[in-house]
Ligand binder design. Structure first.
Ligand code: PMT
Length: 404
């Protein structure tokens, strides 16, 4: 594992990341920019990893280190990655050991940016990050929070657990693409918005990340995926037909129609259970003497509706819970007529809403249970697709589905 450290205050956190990587069994080789050594010395990393940490292409006269180290690595993580390092990666510059190693690396690459908010939000940095993403680099964070000099905002290095989960994910052996070839999936994602008036709504914190990850994984395995999503800022997953909706009623209409042709429905969306009984046609004025009272009415439960007319479809629900209580999950599984339910934690900062990681318990109608400790949403999606594949294969007499 190659750990590239560039020069920002968060460089001190790379020492802890190196230890975390060692703990999960990685051999860690550290390369640093010159300015990173102003924050943490090479001796710190050498002491932690048991290998010399290098900061210059000429640090070992015996070998061409930027070539050797990058070729030996099965993954490379650059944390923290400064605006300057990201710019050099995006433009293919090779003016020090870190950038030379990046250009040489053919292994999966994770970058964890950290910098001041203005630098992160600058269009140049955003464009550089977009280029890296397009080229398959996994970008983790940055988070919003306290920065050097007392500032607060986006730009803080992502949490160590999140970076570690991304590294483990890019290292995970990938399933054979095509295992779900031709199988029609409907996946839902994001939260619904229930309007109070033309500008205000009742919503929730779902970002769409979990549902998008399921859609992307199913498509990668060859499934024909319709993704019905509430408002989300995420880019369209490749190879997926995206249907954007706002309200629970719109989601219901889209899902029920698309589900007629589907063999598998996965409902990761956080659907509003209630909506305002009536939405004002004009913006509600704040200077009126009367404070408005909002009366709510129940939204239909889309999943329960699908469960009641299930037919041969495989139905997968998600449950947002503050613990991974099995009894409660099994009850939901039964009541909604599901084949699988993914119970995920929503009370921890590294799981549930609007983060790249999750903690889950996958329960099957056949009594099976799979504990999924902290990992990426992509990995949860991978495990879920494997379970769906097994169910389909059992239905097709142990053979992989032929497609529809
Ligand atoms: O989008 P992210 O930021 O990545 O966050 C992901 C998530 C936490 C939203 C996701 O992993 C998750 O847990 N989704 C389900 C949240 C939820 O609404 O749970 P619930 O217990 O209220 O609903 C159970 C199931 O019924 C869900 O599959 C839900 O889609 C479905 N449902 C709920 C209400 C309703 N009116 N119609 C439904 O179909």
């Amino acid at each position: 594992m190659l750990l590239g450290v560039s020069g920002g205050i968060a460089a001190y956190k790379a020492a802890s990341l190196a230890r975390a990587l060692l703990k999960v069994g990685a051999t860690v080789q550290v390369v640093m920019t010159r300015s990173a050594t102003q924050f943490v010395g090479t001796a710190t990393f050498a002491g932690l990893t048991g290998r010399p940490a290098y900061a210059d292409v000429f640090d070992d006269a015996e070998r061409i280190i930027h070539i050797d180290l990058a070729r030996e690595a099965d993954a490379a993580v650059f944390a923290p990655a400064t605006a300057h390092t990201l710019a050099r990666f995006a433009h293919g510059l090779a003016d020090d050991l870190v950038t030379n190693a990046y250009l040489t690396a053919t292994c999966p690459v994770v970058v964890a940016p950290a910098m001041h908010t203005e630098m992160w939000l600058h269009p140049a940095t955003q464009a550089n990050v977009a280029v890296l993403r397009e080229r398959g680099v996994r970008v983790v964070g940055p988070d919003a929070g306290a920065l050097a000099g007392g500032d607060v905002g986006p730009g803080r290095l992502a949490e160590e657990a999140e970076i570690l989960a991304a590294v483990l994910d890019v290292l995970a052996p990938r399933a054979e693409a095509g295992a779900l070839a031709g199988v029609r999936f409907v996946v839902t994602a994001g939260g619904t918005r229930e309007p109070l008036d033309p500008v205000r709504f009742i919503g929730n914190r779902s970002s769409g990340k979990m549902g998008f990850a399921v859609a992307a994984e199913a498509a990668r395995r060859g499934a024909l995926v319709d993704l019905v999503s509430g408002p989300s800022h995420l880019p369209d997953p490749p190879g997926v037909s995206l249907h954007r909706v706002e309200t629970a009623a719109q989601m219901r209409a889209a899902v029920l129609e698309l589900a007629e042709q589907a063999e598998v429905v996965v409902k990761a969306a956080a659907v509003a259970d209630f909506r305002p009984a009536s939405a004002a046609s004009q913006k509600i004025k704040k200077d009126s003497d009367e404070v408005p009272v909002v009366r709510l009415e129940r939204n239909p439960d889309i999943l329960a509706e699908l469960g009641a007319a299930k037919g041969d479809r495989i139905l997968v629900g998600f449950a947002a819970e503050t613990d991974l209580e099995e009894e409660h999950g099994r009850d939901k599984l039964r009541r909604k007529g599901l084949d699988l339910i993914v119970i995920n934690r929503v009370d921890a900062p590294d799981a549930g809403f609007n983060v790249d990681t999750n903690r889950a318990l996958i329960l099957g109608a056949d009594g099976s249970r799979t504990d999924v400790p902290l990992t990426t949403k992509a990995e949860v999606a991978r495990l879920l697709c494997e379970r769906v594949e097994a169910l389909l294969s059992a239905r097709h007499g142990g053979r992989a589905p032929a497609g529809t």
